[in-house]
Ligand binder design. Structure first.
Ligand SMILES: [Zn+2]
Length: 147
């Protein structure tokens, strides 16, 4: 499944535990961001929203202001991305990739989701190219791990 979360999507933003180390209100509970896995706080406000709008996605403050593309990655490329040898992607230009957007990979093999540690990393698009020898409808971009 292709997913793209970000600016125009989420309506609930969770405080990051890195920014707010202690619960500010009694109802706050520790959770993790479903996109980047960062520790954050589930708030009463968020639970109220989800009670009436179950499809609302609650993400951390960083993911709320940054578009994160969740894209499939063939297993044969996963080690090279993880080790930092492969720092570029050539993709169908079907989701408005922009410099600064973040990338999360879903490792796949023969069309099936597989486990690989690259799935736990987040990358950021640092450079992006359209045209210039690329077939129409394709984009190339450079990525760097977003720590
Ligand atoms: Zn996040």
């Amino acid at each position: 499944m292709r997913r793209c979360y970000g600016r125009n999507y989420c309506s609930v933003c969770m405080p990051l535990a890195a920014n707010v180390p202690e619960a500010e209100y009694p109802g706050w509970r520790r959770t993790t961001c479903p996109i980047c896995g960062a520790a954050c706080w589930e708030t009463d406000f968020m639970r109220q929203i989800k009670a009436t709008q179950p499809d609302t996605l609650a993400v951390c403050a960083m993911c709320a202001v940054t578009t994160t593309h969740v894209i499939k990655l063939e297993l044969m490329f996963c080690d090279d991305i993880l080790s930092g040898v492969k720092t570029f992607e050539v993709r169908f230009d079907d989701r408005d990739y922009q410099v600064g957007d973040r990338i999360r990979f879903e490792p796949v093999e023969d069309g099936m989701r597989v486990d690989h540690p690259v799935a736990d990393r987040t990358y950021k698009i640092t450079y992006l190219l359209r045209g210039w020898g690329l077939a129409p409808g394709y984009v190339a971009f450079a990525i760097k791990e977003d720590i």
